[in-house]
Design a protein around this ligand. Structure first.
Ligand SMILES: CC(C)(COP(=O)(O)OP(=O)(O)OC[C@H]1O[C@@H](n2cnc3c(N)ncnc32)[C@H](O)[C@@H]1OP(=O)(O)O)[C@@H](O)C(=O)NCCC(=O)NCCS
Length: 153
């Protein structure tokens, strides 16, 4: 088996018992991470929630909400030590495939203007900026805007 195949991630639906490990990745990746309740609520709401694994190692996670013909990306995170190896792009491609399977025609997301790596990943996947939400994100004492992006699926 080639090195590439050995390192190819698999995507498995997130389960409640994954949340501890997901939170560890989340807390290592963001200054304002999602909470346990955010993930538990997402699972309880039936959102499309995924673990990205290499063998038994959890390397990332993603959560998306599917509403009629729209997909809303809520969270995509790759563990710091696994970043910049293509897993974020593969995770997004998995979400695109799942969204299309459920009849979504367009995917939307919000990203911090300060998040250059996220914006670069999204642009590379075809997302375009369609707007801005003022004061959308917590940012210490203040708030940070969100850039709203979308792509046709
Ligand atoms: C954004 C994130 C998911 C990208 O995951 P990743 O596995 O590191 O990304 P990939 O290796 O698949 O990169 C794909 C492309 O995205 C862009 N990219 C990714 N990280 C980047 C960085 N640090 N700087 C600039 N471009 C970057 C590049 O175009 C890259 O292609 P290249 O490596 O051929 O140049 C990851 O950095 C992450 O989890 N960050 C913290 C959480 C976060 O910000 N999530 C998005 C919230 S909206």
């Amino acid at each position: 088996m080639s090195a590439v195949l050995k390192c190819a991630p698999s995507f498995v639906p997130m389960q409640p018992e994954d949340i501890d490990a997901v939170l560890a990745i989340e807390q290592g990746a963001y200054p304002f991470p999602w909470t346990r309740a955010n993930f538990a609520d997402s699972l309880a709401s039936g959102y499309s929630a995924w673990c990205c694994r290499i063998g038994n190692v959890l390397v990332g996670h993603a959560v998306m909400m599917l509403v009629l013909d729209e997909a809303h990306l809520l969270n995509v995170t790759i563990a710091r030590e696994w970043q910049r190896r293509g897993h974020g792009q593969l995770t997004m491609q998995h979400l695109f495939a799942m969204a299309r399977t459920h009849g979504a025609k367009r995917m939307f997301l919000e990203v911090r203007p300060s998040n250059a790596s996220g914006q670069e990943l999204y642009r590379r996947l075809g997302f375009e900026t369609i707007g801005r939400r003022r004061g959308y994100y917590p940012a210490g004492e203040a708030r940070e805007d969100a850039v709203v992006m979308a792509v046709d699926l």
